[in-house]
Design a protein around this ligand. Structure first.
Ligand code: GTP
Ligand code: MG
Length: 137
């Protein structure tokens, strides 16, 4: 069993998809270890997405991720990182497999409804970025 970190991004919250997305996540066998509604500051988003700081879309990404609340969560399941990325689908919803969260709920590559960690190492870093030990169960 291992863990991944996710965020329902501002578009997913704004569009009223929190309940449906969480239902899909739990129905797919993920246990919620930690969860909260929170809003990232500009500094938070710049740090969280620091690996993308040289990319042309970085400013847009930070602007988007800070424009409203997100649902942050740590999830546990066997093979959590890879299985969660399968569940959310490709970064660009136009390329996301049918039935995936991004195919169902994302509008564009920029506003793609959910985040999923890309490695066990990043899952641990990202989870610790948002949650203290006392908030993990
Ligand atoms: P995350 O789970 O959010 O990390 O997405 P990902 O791992 O599928 O994609 P990646 O880490 O490569 O990119 C991070 C995020 O940057 C994406 O989820 C998008 O929100 C955003 N992004 C990526 N490419 C583009 C782009 O071409 N334009 C814009 N506006 N945003 C992009
Ligand atoms: Mg990524």
């Amino acid at each position: 069993t291992n863990r991944t970190f996710t965020m329902i991004k501002p578009d997913g919250v704004e569009n009223g998809h929190v309940g449906a997305i969480l239902e899909k996540i739990t129905a797919s066998g993920f246990r919620i270890v930690a969860m909260k509604l929170t809003q990232m500051t500009t500094a938070d988003a710049q740090e969280f997405y620091g690996v993308h700081k040289e990319r042309p879309f970085f400013g847009e990404l930070v602007e988007f991720m800070t424009r409203g609340p997100i649902v942050a969560a740590i999830l546990e399941k066997e093979n959590a990182v890879a299985d969660f990325r399968t569940l959310i689908g490709a970064t660009n919803p136009a390329e996301a497999a049918e039935g995936t969260i991004r195919a169902l709920y994302a509008a564009s590559v920029g506003e793609n409804a959910v985040h999923g960690s890309d490695s066990d190492e990043n899952a641990a870093i990202e989870g610790a970025f948002h949650f203290s030990g006392r908030e993990m169960f």
